[in-house]
Design a protein around this ligand. Structure first.
Ligand code: BDP
Length: 326
């Protein structure tokens, strides 16, 4: 009822504004986010919407629905392409099957450190991938941090062989399926929101994620062994729908882009802090961490993933550009 009323009010407002203002300016933009309000991504998005409201003097109204209120990630991607979600923050993995170049940033053991990742996504490689996403209706404005992803399991894992035969949850992405297969485990694609109960019931034996998500989802309660194999540093994007973007004038495009980039600076800072806090929190909550110094035994197993996803000339060139980014 409330939503119907809101829609009616928005429609009435547009009608009143008449031809002097376009609908894209009058309607409230709906933003999708999978994370709870206190998560670094959520705070970054809040900073973004505040800056946009301030700088447009309230003309551009953006509201983020946190905690997957507007659905799980795969649906949200479809909704953004159809224009029913106006902005969102996405991990690149569920975009892998849609836009091949996004796979490059998902590849295992590619980035030297977070500074290297920032230089890549904030530079020509990031711009190229963003341009390709725009063609499918998703316009990235800035890159958010998501740290390194590592495995966590119900039974203890200290080396790749221990994963053999285990059912490991992955995001919807062929690359992720092959990455987990390369380690001898059985990849099981599942929405993020179903991982906790699937771990609890034993439908899956493990999953993989960064410290903040391992903590915020409380997965550590049902899969307490975390091993810092850090197999992927796949980043995330703050994006708007192409439907909205195309209707904006250049000044508003710049306003949104600047606000998004500033929000990313904020998010990256919060991210670095939260990674440490989350690690402490899960350990206090009973998680048993195996810290790895030498990951060469893990990365050596990733050759089939590179052979399949980084072999064609375009992908090989992107990998080369990334490796050569100082
Ligand atoms: C988190 C990402 C989120 C993904 C989730 C997942 O921030 O976008 O949906 O992992 O594994 O780290 O599904």
């Amino acid at each position: 009822m409330t939503r119907r009323l809101m829609n009616w009010a928005a429609a009435a407002a547009i009608a009143l504004l008449g031809w002097t203002s376009t609908p894209s300016q009058a309607q409230e933009w709906r933003g999708w986010n999978i994370h709870p309000p206190d998560y670094p991504v959520s705070k970054g998005m809040d900073r973004f919407t505040e800056l946009v409201a301030q700088r447009s003097n309230g003309r551009l109204k953006l509201k983020t629905y946190h905690s997957a209120q507007l659905g799980q990630q795969d649906e949200a991607i479809q909704q953004m392409r159809l224009g029913s979600i106006d902005f969102a923050e996405f991990n690149l993995s569920p975009l892998n099957n849609l836009v091949a170049s996004t796979q490059v940033l998902t590849l295992p053991y590619l980035f030297r450190d977070v500074e290297h990742l920032h230089r890549v996504v904030d530079g020509p490689v990031g711009d190229q991938i963003a341009a390709e996403l725009e063609k499918v209706g998703i316009v990235p404005l800035a890159w958010y941090d998501a740290g390194a992803r590592s495995f966590y399991t119900r039974n203890k894992v200290t080396k790749p062989e221990d994963l053999k035969g285990m059912k490991i949850r992955v995001q919807t992405s062929d690359l992720w399926i092959d990455l987990v297969k390369a380690l001898g485990a059985n990849p099981t694609p599942l929405p993020f929101g179903e991982v906790y109960t699937s771990l609890q019931s034993g439908v899956i034996d493990g999953a993989e994620n960064n410290w903040p998500s391992y903590e915020s989802t409380r997965h550590f309660e049902v899969a307490k062994y975390y091993i810092t194999d850090e197999h992927s540093n796949v980043p995330e994007i703050l994006a708007v729908s192409a439907t909205r973007w195309r209707r904006l004038n250049d000044a508003d495009k710049k306003l949104l882009k600047d606000a998004a980039r500033e929000s990313a600076t904020h998010q990256r800072q919060l991210w670095a802090e939260r990674e440490k806090v989350s690690r402490e929190r899960v350990i206090a909550g009973g998680a048993v961490v195996t810290d790895l110094e030498d990951r060469s035994g893990w990365s050596a197993l990733m050759k089939p993933v590179y052979d399949k996803y980084a072999a064609d000339p375009k992908m090989a060139d992107l990998v080369k550009q990334i490796r050569e980014t100082k």
